[in-house]
Each structure stands twice: as C-alpha cells, then as structure tokens.
Design a protein around this ligand. Structure first.
Ligand code: FAD
Length: 444
C-alpha cells in the first residue's frame, strides 16, 4: 500500500486528459481541483472549449481498456447513455487501400458515441469522487512559483464572467489545457529551456455533419472507415451515435479541403475509393449545418529531453502531444498518459517530472510511430524522420492488403493500430509468412 501524498493537486483543463488525470490524482492527494475555462455542462453537450467535439471521435480498444480500468463500468455507462458497442472488425467496415478488410470477431470492443457523451460520462464519474473540486468558468492565466523559481506552487486564474483574478495554491500542477498549452512559454519566462517540438505538417481539413439515415444502410455496422491510401488525399469516417444519429467526417490533407455545404458533400464523397460515403450522404437527412476544423500540423513537445524542469509541474494529454486525429489516438493516449501518471504516483512521495516524462515518452512511442510513419509516406508531408524500423510502410501496406483476404491478419493488424498489442507482433515469423503467402493474390 503506497502512502497518500496529501495536499492539493491542481489540474489545468477539464477535458478528457484533465479529467482522467484528476481521477488518478484523487487516489493520492487530499483534494484535486480542476480549473476549466468553460462552464461545464451537467449533461453530455457540445461546449466551446472543445470545438473538436463535433467531429468523429473513434475510441481505440487499447484506450478503452485503460479507461475501463480507471473507471470500471465506463463502457456500460456510455451505452446506457445511448452509445453503441460492437466488435472492431465484425461491426466496423474498414476500407484500407480502397478494399474491405475481411471480417471476423476479434473480441475487441468498438464503442461508438459522440465525443460529448464520452467526455460527459467521464466527467460525471470524476465529479462523483468525494475529493474533487471543479472550478469552471475560470481561465488559467499563469503559474505561481516559489521565490527561488524552482518549484511551481499553484496557478493564477481569472473568472470568465467577472474577470476577477485569484490564486489557486497547489502542491502539484498538471497542465492538460490541450494543444494551446502555454507551458513552453511559461517555462521560458521562468528562465527554463523550452522543450523542442517535433512538428508534422499534414495540412488536414475536416468537414463533419450530423445526419439521419435509414437503418438498413449501416446494417449491423457501427462505423465505416475509408482512409486515404498512397496516391490519395481524401478520406472519410462515418459513425452511428446515440439518439439514432450518424456523424460523417470528410477529410483532406495537404491543402485538400472538403466542401462546407450539404449540397456539395456528395460530390466530394463520390471521389473516394468506395461508394459507401456517397451512398450514405445521398440517403441522409441533415440534422444541422456542416462544421469544419483545420489542423495544419501536429506537434509533440519533447519534455522527455529536458535536462532541467521545475518541481511540482507535469504536462498531460494533447498539451504534450497532439496527434493527427484521423488515427483516432488522442483520447486513448490521454488515458494511457493518466495511467502513467498513476504509476509515477505509486512510487510514493511527490512525482519526479523526469521519470514521469520518460514514461509518457514510452506511451507515445507506438502511436507516434504509427501516425508519423504513415503520414511521412505521403509526398509533401514534412516532419522529423523516424529511426529505422523493419516495419516499413511497404510491409504495412502488404499486410493491409493481405488482411482483405485473411481475417486473422486483419485482426492482428487492428490489435496493433488499436494500441492493444505492440507493433513487433506484426513481425512475428508466422505473420510475416502469412503476409508473403497472400502477396501474389493481393498485388495491386
Ligand atoms: C478534429 C479532431 C478530431 C479528433 N478525433 C479524435 C478521435 O477520433 N479519437 C481520439 O481518440 N481523439 C481524437 N481527437 C483528439 C482528442 O480530442 C484529444 O486527444 C482528447 O480530447 C484529449 O485532449 P486534451 O484533454 O488533452 O485537450 P482538449 O480536449 O483540447 O481540452 C483542453 C481543455 O482545456 C481547457 N482550456 C484550455 N486552455 C485553458 C485555460 N487557459 N484555462 C482553463 N481551461 C483551459 C479547454 O477549454 C478544454 O476543456 C481529435 C481531435 C481533433 C482536433
């Protein structure tokens, strides 16, 4: 049994990374205060501080398993709220390289729900913890330091409604304010080195719309994924949500922008490798106007490489690394990040930022390699080169193609991209041999 650390932990940002970090901190600190600039809704509603909540949010099975460990019964609560569950291969249509993956039951859960429902369910669980305090409607404006400047001792906040400033003292501050995190700037102001940033310029654009479609279009499927593949810049994901709605996200990279009106969306969808998105859009009844999101680049801040860092401060979630959203990794990585924080706290005593950031770097390693490796294979995308790996884009593509004929291979692939199994699984001799065997038949 590890002793409690006691005192107050302060979490900046009350979205998924902040809430999950708070859940873990509540085991060890006497109180945990979450500061959030939005007035947080009591129901599962879209809110201003999370504009991405209007776009498709896929939950990877690896991330779901971690959330379930942190909050037993989470999946059941999401389904009680109207979310849908199925199998990630038996109930999801995956069109990799324009061809459907062969179906089988994997035993891995696909959870399909709106981002507001997922976040709202996590928020309700965190709110119910006795030592959690939520300070919503407050903007974090800065960090408070010790006189020597080597320790963070809290944060300053300003009320959104009245602008009044106040100090919130804390024994530990966790920055989970997302992609706009100001920690790099604050570090510089305090005389610390800023973390270097690995930046992948992808030029991603999303248009999403909520629609109603006849049930038979999806059949038993929950999600239909049409990713871009070599030579393509367009993609789509469609997911069934609570309330009988369907959310469609059309995407483009490197300056390719999906249109923004209902009338134009089918024309874009018609150019995708498979007709499913076009068919759904043609049958769809709009439930609101399309919304857009631009994501010029994704960034990983290398806190793990810093030699000097103040005590009493950690960074979590998108504030550390915001992924290309098309791979659906962000929420899962936020959960794994929270689990790494829990491990750090279990050492006893106050967390060691150096050890914590090394653990987070380990969490990031696989999703970062999967995303960056796939994106850098697209001419025009720029970013930091990855170290050599036998898992080349060419092998991965051959594996994907083999998965269109061999359901076991498809399942093995989805276990890795779903962050359940490590990538080295894909290089097991029996897997390599099966991929080679399928190669002739699937050559394109
Ligand atoms: C378009 C898009 C699509 C995505 N799709 C997926 C997907 O399919 N699957 C997936 O797993 N992930 C997806 N993600 C990523 C996912 O949303 C995030 O990784 C996840 O929400 C964790 O983010 P976070 O909590 O670190 O930050 P955010 O969700 O960005 O939250 C930051 C929070 O901090 C608050 N805040 C910010 N600044 C301040 C301040 N100064 N004071 C007080 N509060 C502040 C904000 O209001 C917000 O609540 C997507 C992201 C985008 C942009």
């Amino acid at each position: 049994m590890v002793a409690n650390i006691g005192g107050n932990a302060l979490v900046l940002g009350g979205s998924i990374a902040g809430l999950l970090a708070a859940r873990v901190l509540s085991d060890r600190y006497a109180t945990v205060t979450i500061v959030e600039r939005d007035h947080l809704p009591t129901a599962a509603e879209q809110r201003r501080g999370v504009p991405h909540g209007q776009h498709v949010h896929g939950m990877l099975p690896g991330g779901l398993a971690v959330i379930e460990r942190l909050m037993p019964g989470f999946t059941a609560e999401v389904t009680a709220g109207g979310g849908l569950t199925g199998d990630i291969l038996a109930n999801v249509r995956w069109y990799l390289n324009g061809k459907p993956l062969r179906r089988t039951t994997t035993g891995l859960i696909a959870l399909s729900a709106s981002r507001p429902l997922l976040e709202g369910t996590i928020r309700d669980r965190v709110r119910a913890l006795p030592n959690i305090k939520i300070l919503d409607g407050y903007d974090v404006t800065g960090l408070i330091t010790s006189d020597e400047g080597d320790r963070i001792t809290g944060a300053t906040v300003a009320g959104r409604d009245d602008g009044a400033s106040r100090a919130v003292p804390a024994d530990l501050v966790v920055d989970a304010t997302g992609r706009g995190s100001r920690t790099p700037r604050w570090l510089a102001e305090l005389g610390y080195e800023q973390p270097s940033a690995d930046r992948v310029a992808i030029g991603l654009a999303y248009t999403s719309c909520l629609v109603a479609v006849p049930d038979e279009i999806f059949g038993d499927d929950l999600i239909i994924v049409t990713p871009r593949f070599p030579g393509q810049r367009r993609s789509s994901v469609m997911q069934r949500l609570e309330g009988g709605r369907v959310l469609i996200t059309l995407a483009g990279v490197l300056g390719e922008r999906p249109p923004v009106t209902h009338d134009e969306l089918p024309g874009y969808a018609e150019t995708l490798a498979t007709p499913d998105t076009y068919d759904v859009l043609r049958a769809a009844k709009p439930l609101g106007e399309p919304v857009t999101y631009r994501f010029p680049a994704y960034i990983r801040h290398r806190y793990d490489q810093l030699g000097r860092f103040p005590a009493g401060l950690l960074v979590a979630g998108d504030a550390t690394c915001a992924f290309n959203p098309v791979y659906g990794q962000g929420m899962s990585v936020a959960a794994m990040n929270a689990a790494a924080l829990g491990d750090e706290l279990s050492h006893g005593g106050e967390p060691d930022p150096y050890r914590y950031f090394q653990s987070v770097a380990q969490v990031l390693e696989t999703p970062w390699r999967l995303a960056v490796g796939a994106d850098l294979a697209l001419p025009g995308v720029t970013g930091p080169a990855l170290s050599e790996s036998p898992l080349t884009p060419d092998y991965l593509r051959r594996l994907q193609l083999a998965g269109t004929e061999d359901a076991d291979l498809a399942a093995v692939l989805l276990r890795v991209t779903g962050l359940v199994d490590p990538p080295r699984t894909l290089l097991r001799p029996d897997i390599v041999e099966r991929v080679e065997r399928r190669q002739v038949a699937t050559k394109v």
